[in-house]
Design a protein around this ligand. Sequence first.
Ligand code: FES
Ligand code: FES
Length: 149
Amino acid sequence: MKIQLKVNEIDKVFDVEPGEMLADVLNRYKYTVRRGCDTGSCGLCTILLNGKPITSCSYLAVRAGGHSITTIDGVQEKAKEIGEFLVAEGVDQCGYCSPGFVMNVIAMEKELKNPTEEEINHYLVGNLCRCSGYVGHLRALKKYLGVSE
Ligand code: FES
Ligand code: FES
């Protein structure tokens, strides 16, 4: 079946199977979506659906029809900016978790004004990093958001 989507501000029509997950479709059409657990648990495959983060590995593609999607490909400048804060805090180890992390940060920035540390931690709880305990990420993020220590 065919579904219409706006992906990174461009209207698209994709062929999808009824049970196909959105991450599979996006990968098939050459968008960058990293995968880890494929069970909705690690956050690597996070994209934005109408500006809200979802784990695309566990979201049926047909449900996204008619909606607007943002992948990491569509936010390169912002990703670079956030990445520079991570590098400055020395937490860009393998970088595998970074795309999911960046997508969540972009959504959080829009949703929460002057978030507390607890709110930040709560927002990012589904985004796992294999290399660090997230202490450095949190430090970088607070600097990026201008949240005082
Ligand atoms: S790959 Fe989707 S949540 Fe882990
Ligand atoms: S930096 Fe390696 S998984 Fe996060």
